[in-house]
Write a protein of this length. Structure first.
Length: 256
């Protein structure tokens, strides 16, 4: 049940996977991977292969500040990583939604991100919390409640998908074209394929001077979309995100 008033309705999902909105199959991945290969990560993967993601972002709905979002990527060794996200409501937003924490642990197999576990924790709604454990040999993701979600090919969780999209943009050097990147995202109750495309080069000013950015958009047919601006000069770090519904901006996130 959604207890938030209409002006806050979008923020419930916004706290979770806000950067790329919970999206993405490997119809055209940066590097293909078989199920058998996915079980043995390539230990030659290096931190240099990962885009910069550590940072704090401000979340807004129009002029109203909802809170901040902190992202962190650490190396676990052996070509594996832990990517975490914490959304911290501020001001009036704390009356309607609690802190949200997401953690994705994954390993690299060549150029492919292979998710291992993903957890979602919302402090004020314990019944929404869940963990997904990926078994790439059996092609299933399993929740702690015993639910199994079958999948085919390469997949991502709500957080690792962001890195997958960034790496695709990096591999193509931010070139604007008609080429799309499709990714399959696994959640506890569904699997969905999303498509992204580099649509433009744009100059943004976030208060610290002009930034020459690459604009990436979700382009599969849907009432909802997302726009992401990445800075090539910072290794394609994401500097701004907008979530769109029926053509209108629902919320915005900017790098502080």
């Amino acid at each position: 049940m959604n207890r938030l008033p209409m002006t806050w309705a979008v923020s419930k999902r916004a706290w979770a996977g806000v950067l790329v909105g919970g999206v993405l199959a490997a119809a055209n991945p940066v590097g293909g991977v078989s199920a058998a290969a996915a079980s043995v990560p390539d230990k030659t993967a290096t931190e240099a292969a990962m885009p910069p993601v550590d940072g704090r972002y401000t979340l807004r709905r129009g002029l109203l500040k909802l809170g901040t979002a902190d992202f962190s990527l650490i190396t676990l060794g052996g070509g594996c990583y832990r990517y975490s996200y914490a959304a911290n409501p501020t001001g009036l937003a704390r009356m309607f939604i609690g802190r949200v924490i997401e953690v994705s642990e994954f390993c690299m197999d060549g150029d492919t991100i292979v998710p291992r576990t993903y957890s979602f924790t919302r402090e004020d709604e314990k019944d929404e919390n869940y963990v997904l454990r990926f078994d790439h040999e059996r092609h299933v993701a399993r929740t702690d409640g015993g639910v199994e979600i079958a999948f085919e090919g390469a997949v991502q969780d709500r957080l690792s998908l962001q890195l997958a999209v960034q790496r695709w943009v990096m591999a193509n050097k931010g070139k604007v074209s008609d080429a799309t990147y499709a990714v399959t995202q696994v959640e506890p109750d569904r699997i969905k394929v999303y498509e992204f495309r580099v649509t433009a080069r744009e100059t943004l000013d976030l208060g610290k001077g002009p930034i020459e950015t690459v604009k990436v958009e979700r382009v599969d047919p849907s009432r909802r979309s997302i726009r992401v601006w990445a800075d090539p000069a910072q290794g394609y770090r994401i500097v701004q995100v907008e979530q769109i519904k029926d053509g209108s901006v629902q919320f915005q996130m900017q790098l502080e």
